[in-house]
Design a protein around this ligand. Structure first.
Ligand SMILES: Cc1cc2nc3c(=O)[nH]c(=O)nc-3n(C[C@H](O)[C@H](O)[C@H](O)COP(=O)(O)OP(=O)(O)OC[C@H]3O[C@@H](n4cnc5c(N)ncnc54)[C@H](O)[C@@H]3O)c2cc1C
Length: 475
């Protein structure tokens, strides 16, 4: 039975018929960043006073999908800790830093660390946030509860339909809705990407796997999958398609499996097919020059921090893995790189089609699309969202979603994996970066602050923060 939840009616101005000012649909690392940013900048009380509802399908806020990947993080542990560490004294975030997961991350400072350790720390923050929200008269949390649909009303407010694990179905009304349900790799997207004229993975669909599957698989699952693709002579030719983090994480995942259990695996030969030049992160232009790394001194440098490829460059583990190969100071016997695209014919004369036809397994590492729920307008018609060529949701600079004709859907926000904000002058980063502002540090700083600005509106503008802080931080 559907019922309209009405105990929390907010009775001011436009919001008089709303239960909440803002409903967060899914609270992983991205949405939780908003609350950390609000706390750091002294605006949490304003946000909670207006009434926010956090609806999360799992048992905990904050960790999201991160703990499901048995791989190391592509950021330093400081990037996870810094937001909480910068919170004012006597805030709900202080206690989080004395927990065991925080101590574990602190011990891993400056070193590679398992994503699971980061997720455990974020879950600890999530518990702190749940406790903080339980003391708010206007705001609340619904764990073990799925958002099933979102609809726009005639008065411009939004209705969010939820179903609790226990079966209860409840609708809530809000002025703003934030979609933060994470991302997924859809076959309908990755099979249709045109890699070279006329070449799409759809032609090889029976041997294509999404990189997310490889990255989430346990050692046992991955080993069995590799054997299921292997030839009779116990060899397996793997093509990884894509040139960004997901592609290199996939190669590194295979590398760590080879290191831990190489004798029990088929003999792998892996090619990474990438369209643009591989970008490497350096902390400064001097460091890049010292390494003879060629970069564009205008487009590739973050004006705020002076870092090279601050947002788009491979760093830490991924850097250590591939930089020596790119510099040709080292080789990895089982790995080769091949640039594709109309201008990049294979020097050995073999066409991309021939190579993909002979591969035993193809890994699509083309980024993420948003996880969404059915969303309808005031007449019950499905709202079709505009997406970018990478399949991610297009949003306005405010973070609001666009409809298929490019019109802003006022009050409907999205960010996090598979959607969300792109780089802008205020966000920092290198001008050449055309990806999303994704990553825990960004969610808790740049992205979180933009979202707090939006959700609190202009009247709270006096508390807006200077985002040009990259130099002092680790993000
Ligand atoms: C392989 C990989 C490695 C990464 N490594 C790093 C890293 O090292 N450092 C870094 O800073 N960033 C990293 N990122 C980027 C980014 O930080 C993560 O992707 C992060 O998990 C994104 O957070 P999110 O909240 O957008 O999505 P998610 O983590 O997926 O969280 C979404 C949340 O929404 C909930 N949800 C989903 N559907 C519903 C529904 N219908 N109703 C209610 N709730 C719902 C889920 O339970 C979940 O809690 C990585 C990304 C990937 C893919």
């Amino acid at each position: 039975m559907t019922m309209l939840f009405s105990q929390n009616r907010i009775n001011s101005g436009h919001e008089e018929l709303a239960d909440y000012s803002t409903i967060f649909c899914g609270v992983g690392p991205a949405a939780m960043g908003v609350f950390i940013a609000a706390t750091r900048t002294g605006r949490l009380d304003s946000l909670l006073h207006r009434g926010v509802l956090l609806v999360e399908a799992s048992a905990t806020l904050g960790a999201g999908s991160l703990g499901r990947y048995p791989i190391t993080a592509n950021s330093l542990s400081e990037a996870f800790l810094e937001g909480a560490a910068a919170a004012p004294v006597r805030s709900w975030l202080n206690g989080v830093l004395t927990t065991q997961p925080a101590a574990r991350l602190q011990r891993l400072s400056e070193r590679r660390f398992p994503l699971l350790a980061g997720a455990n720390f974020l879950a600890e923050i999530g518990k702190g946030l749940t406790a903080r929200l339980s003391r708010s008269a206007q705001s609340g949390v619904r764990l073990h509860t799925k958002v099933e649909g979102v609809s726009r009303r005639r008065d411009g407010l939004w209705t969010v339909s939820t179903r609790a694990e226990s079966g209860g179905v409840v609708e809530f009304v809000a002025k703003n809705v934030v979609l933060g349900m994470g991302g997924q790799q859809l076959p309908s997207h990755y099979l249709q990407q045109e890699i070279e004229p006329g070449i799409r993975l759809a032609a090889y669909a029976d041997k294509v796997a999404a990189s997310d599957f490889i990255l989430r698989a346990s050692d046992l699952e991955l080993t069995e999958y590799l054997w299921s693709r292997a030839r009779e002579d116990a060899s397996v030719e793997i093509a990884i398609m894509g040139g960004s983090h997901s592609a290199f994480s996939t190669a590194m995942r295979l590398s760590s499996l080879i290191k831990s259990d190489g004798k029990n695996l088929p003999l792998m030969s892996v090619t990474i097919y990438h369209r643009s030049a591989i970008r490497l992160y350096y902390p400064s232009s001097q460091a890049a020059q010292k390494d003879d790394y060629v970069f564009d001194p205008i487009k590739n440098i973050c004006v705020d921090s002076g870092r090279v490829h601050r947002f788009g460059g491979l760093r830490y583990d991924a850097f250590d893995f591939i930089a020596p190969v790119l510099k040709k100071t080292e080789t990895i016997s089982w790995l080769r790189m091949r640039r594709v695209g109309p201008a990049n014919a294979n020097p050995e004369g073999r066409s991309l089609h021939a190579e993909l036809s002979s591969a035993d397994m193809i890994v699509a590492a083309f980024g993420y699309q948003p996880r969404l729920v059915p969303t309808v307008d005031e007449r019950g018609h499905e709202l079709v969202f505009r997406t970018d060529p990478d399949g991610a949701l297009s949003t306005a600079g405010t973070g609001e979603v666009l409809d298929e004709r490019g019109r802003v859907l006022a009050g409907l926000f999205a960010f996090g994996l598979g959607s969300g904000l792109r780089r802008s002058a205020t966000a920092g980063g290198e001008a050449s970066y055309d990806g999303r502002l994704d990553g825990v540090w960004l969610y808790q700083h740049v992205v979180g602050e933009i979202m707090v600005d939006q959700l609190l509106g202009a009247e709270d503008g006096s508390r807006r923060v200077d985002r040009r802080q990259a130099q002092a931080t680790v993000g």
